[in-house]
Design a protein. Structure first.
Length: 107
């Protein structure tokens, strides 16, 4: 799990850029979690019905992808919180270009 020690501190309101950060902080983003994916032919999709099982490209014990606006930002695992699903962040994708070179953007 990342301890976020390499994340820059958020500037205070009086600091240079503080107001700009506050303005950006209000921009809504779409966070989604991907369990896995697969490719199907249209005929296979049309054959799906109640009780059908679709095999995904991920093992049951693998971490899930956490995406923000379609871009992978972290890996996590499913948890339950007060009877609702949640996601525990296990690994944050760093800004290191070498580490993210192989990651693909999803839409």
């Amino acid at each position: 799990m990342s301890d976020l020690s390499d994340v820059p501190a958020v500037p205070e309101e009086g600091a240079i850029g503080g107001r700009n950060f506050r303005m950006l902080a209000e921009i809504p983003l779409r966070l989604s979690v991907e369990v896995g994916s697969t490719s199907l032919k249209l005929s296979e999709l049309l054959d799906l019905g109640e009780g059908s099982v679709v095999e995904l490209d991920r093992q049951a014990n693998e971490l899930l992808d956490i995406l923000v606006n379609g871009t992978l930002v972290a890996k996590g695992e499913v948890v339950t919180v007060n009877g609702r699903f949640g996601i525990r962040v296990v690994d944050v994708v760093a800004n290191d270009p070498a580490r993210i070179a192989g990651l693909e953007r999803r839409s």
